[in-house]
Write a protein of this length. Structure first.
Length: 44
């Protein structure tokens, strides 16, 4: 349960940061891939 809450928060923060960075055009394709890997790891 605790692990689920932690990962849910991590995913939420990651998504917010991702959306903010995309709005500011700071994301290169390499960074996108890195973020997706990190999010996928948090979900599993």
């Amino acid at each position: 349960m605790n692990k689920f809450v932690t990962s849910a928060i991590a995913v939420g923060v990651g998504m917010a940061a991702y959306n903010m960075m995309r709005k500011n055009n700071l994301l290169s394709s390499r960074n996108v891939r890195k973020m997706q890997k990190r999010i996928a790891r948090a979900m599993s």
